[in-house]
Ligand binder design. Structure first.
Ligand code: DQA
Length: 149
């Protein structure tokens, strides 16, 4: 029997390419490349396949979501600051129809009040915040459970 591993699109938004330079108290020391490597290793352990995307341009993030049809079974996304106000990303995420998990490295709920708002939260099957890179394992695990439902 050929077993096809479920494909997860891992999407990072604005300023996440600057990990390693951003405040380590909130974001740790890993660069985005190091974080993505860690996520892909975790995904392999969980029997999932990952593909990565990052952009600082909101329209590109939206278009990437538009193009996911047939290419992924689920999405892990950390849209950065867009999380808190981008209805364009919210609508594009809804359009995918895919199960998605929202991740934040930092504890957005105990930072500035505006970070508590998420315009994508209601569309997601899970949300992980404040657990650093380990939060991505939780997010992948959440999707894996969703796939086996
Ligand atoms: C973030 C939290 C956001 O509020 C912030 O704008 C980011 C990163 C996080 O991973 O903790 O850029 O999404």
């Amino acid at each position: 029997m050929v077993r096809v591993r479920a494909r997860v699109e891992v999407m990072h938004g604005v300023n996440l390419d600057q990990l390693g330079r951003r405040d380590p108290a909130h974001y740790g020391h890993l660069t985005l490349t190091e974080l993505e490597l860690q996520i892909s290793e975790t995904a392999a352990e969980l029997g999932l396949e990952t593909r990565f995307f990052q952009t600082n341009h909101e329209g590109e993030f939206v278009e990437h979501l538009h193009q996911l049809e047939g290419l992924a079974e689920g999405i892990v996304l950390n849209p950065g600051a867009w999380t808190h106000y981008s209805y364009a990303i919210r609508d594009a995420l809804e359009l995918t129809g895919l199960p998605a998990v929202e991740v934040h490295l930092s504890d957005v709920d105990s930072r500035e009040p505006w970070r508590r708002e998420s315009v994508i939260g209601e569309l997601c099957v899970g949300r992980v915040a404040g657990k650093g890179p380990g939060g991505y394992r939780e997010a992948l695990d959440c999707l894996r459970k969703e796939f086996s439902r």
